[in-house]
Write a protein that binds this ligand. Sequence first.
Ligand SMILES: *[C@@H]1O[C@H](CO)[C@@H](O)[C@H](O)[C@H]1NC(C)=O
Ligand SMILES: *[C@@H]1O[C@H](CO)[C@@H](O)[C@H](O)[C@H]1NC(C)=O
Ligand SMILES: *[C@@H]1O[C@H](CO)[C@@H](O)[C@H](O)[C@H]1NC(C)=O
Ligand SMILES: *[C@@H]1O[C@H](CO)[C@@H](O)[C@H](O)[C@H]1NC(C)=O
Ligand SMILES: *[C@@H]1O[C@H](CO)[C@@H](O)[C@H](O)[C@H]1NC(C)=O
Length: 401
Amino acid sequence: MPSILILAFIATFSFLSLASTAPSGVNHTPIPPEAPNRSIHEKPIKGRITAPFPPHTPAGGLALNEIPNYHPLSDFDFQSLNLAQYTEWIELDLFRYALDKFSLKDFEEAGLTKADRALVAYMAEQEVGHATNVYNMLGPAAAKPCQYKYPFKTVREFITFSKQLTRVGEAGVLGFIEHLNSRPSAQLLLQTVTVEARQQMVFRQFEGLFPMPVWFQTAITQSMQWSLQARYIVSCPAINHKYPLIWQVFPELRITNNPNSTDPHFGPAISTLRTALSHSGREVKFEFDAPGKKVGPDGKYTTSTNAGAPKYAAWISQLNVTYTPLEDVKAAESNGDKVGRTTTKQPDVPDIYPGLTTRGHHVINGTVFVALVDDNVYVTPANLSELNAHVVAGPALYQAG
Ligand SMILES: *[C@@H]1O[C@H](CO)[C@@H](O)[C@H](O)[C@H]1NC(C)=O
Ligand SMILES: *[C@@H]1O[C@H](CO)[C@@H](O)[C@H](O)[C@H]1NC(C)=O
Ligand SMILES: *[C@@H]1O[C@H](CO)[C@@H](O)[C@H](O)[C@H]1NC(C)=O
Ligand SMILES: *[C@@H]1O[C@H](CO)[C@@H](O)[C@H](O)[C@H]1NC(C)=O
Ligand SMILES: *[C@@H]1O[C@H](CO)[C@@H](O)[C@H](O)[C@H]1NC(C)=O
C-alpha cells in the first residue's frame, strides 16, 4: 500500500512544470512534534525480536503508517533542499553551457567520442529531472536558475570541473540527508544523488582516472557546500534574494599546488592503473582569504568565520576527518588583497578498517575536501556540522587521486 501511495504522489507532481509558479496544492505542514529520541543512549537491538509484530512487519521503523509528505517540514529542510536546488541548477547550466561551447570536434580532440558527448547531453536532461523534483518539493519560493561563471576554457578542464562540482553536490546531500525532518524528501534526494555519483564516476573515466578509488562517499555540511558553490554564481533573479540561504560562506581556500589530472597523455578508460596523482607526505600549499569578502549571487553573501587562528588542515574523506598540523602560517598579499599562506603534509591514513585487505585502503584518495581549522575536534559523518565553528577557510577540493 505505501508504495502505491508514493507512485501516485510522484505522478501528480510530475505534472507541475518548472515554469508554473504556484503549485497551489502545496501544503506547508508545520514542524511536527519532536521526533522520537534516537540518541546514543538508546539500546541497540541485538537480533532477538523484542516486541510483538503483525505478519512480516517488525516493530519500529519510522513513518511506515503515514502518508508521505514530500515537502520541507522545517526551516532546516527548506534551506537544505533549496541549497540542493542551487546545485541542480548550476549542474544543468554547466552541462548545457559545455555542449554549447564545445563542438563534437572539440570533444574528439580531447580524446572523447560522439557517444561521450551524447552522455553529457543525457546528464543535462537528468539535471532537468533533478531540478524539477526538488522544485516540486519546495514550491514557488524555490531558487530559480542564475547566471554563472566557470573557470574552464577547454573540454578537459570542463571534465575536471564537472568531476569536482558533482562531487560537491553529492557530498552536500549526503551530509544533511540524515538530519532532514521530511524523510520522504530525503528519499527522493537520495534517489537523485546516487545518479549524480554515477555522473562523477563518468567524468573520472573520461580523464582516465581509476573510476572509484574509495569505499565510502564523503559527506560535508551545507555551509561547506554553499561555500564551494556560491563563487560560481554571478547573479540570480529577485525571488532568490527574497528567500536567501542562511548557510555560512567561509573564506576561500586555494591549493596552489593541487595535483592536476588534466593530462592530455591519458585518454578515457573504464578502469586504469594510472599512477597515483599524490602520496602521503606530499607538501600541500595553501593560500586563503580573510573574512568579510562579498561573494556569491549579486555579491549578496559575505564570507565569515567563527574560528580562531588556523592550526590544522582538516582532511574530510570517506568516513573520516583527519588533521595535519599547519606549518609556516603567514600573512601575505595577492593582487593587492591580504591573504594567508601556509603548508601542510598530505596525511597517511593507511586503512579505513585495518587488516581487512592485504593492500590496505588509503582513505585519502579521489576528490577530497580540505579545510583550515583552529582545532582538531573528533567528528563523524552524522555530527560533521560540529566542525563548522572551527573552519577558518575552505574547504577546497584536493585532487588526491
Ligand atoms: C534523549 O535521551 C537522553 C538519554 O536518555 C536524554 O538525556 C535526552 O534529554 C533525551 N532527549 C530528548 C529530546 O528527549
Ligand atoms: C594541468 O595540466 C594541463 C596539461 O599539462 C595544463 O594544460 C593545465 O594548465 C594544468 N592546469 C593547472 C591548473 O595547473
Ligand atoms: C588511489 O587509488 C588508486 C586506485 O586504487 C591507487 O592506484 C592509488 O595509489 C591511490 N592513491 C593514493 C594516494 O593512495
Ligand atoms: C575512519 O573512520 C572509521 C569509521 O568511523 C573508523 O573506524 C576508523 O578508525 C577511522 N580510521 C582512521 C585511520 O582514523
Ligand atoms: C561526534 O560524534 C562522535 C561519535 O560518533 C563523538 O565521539 C564526538 O565527540 C562527537 N563530536 C563532537 C564535537 O560533538
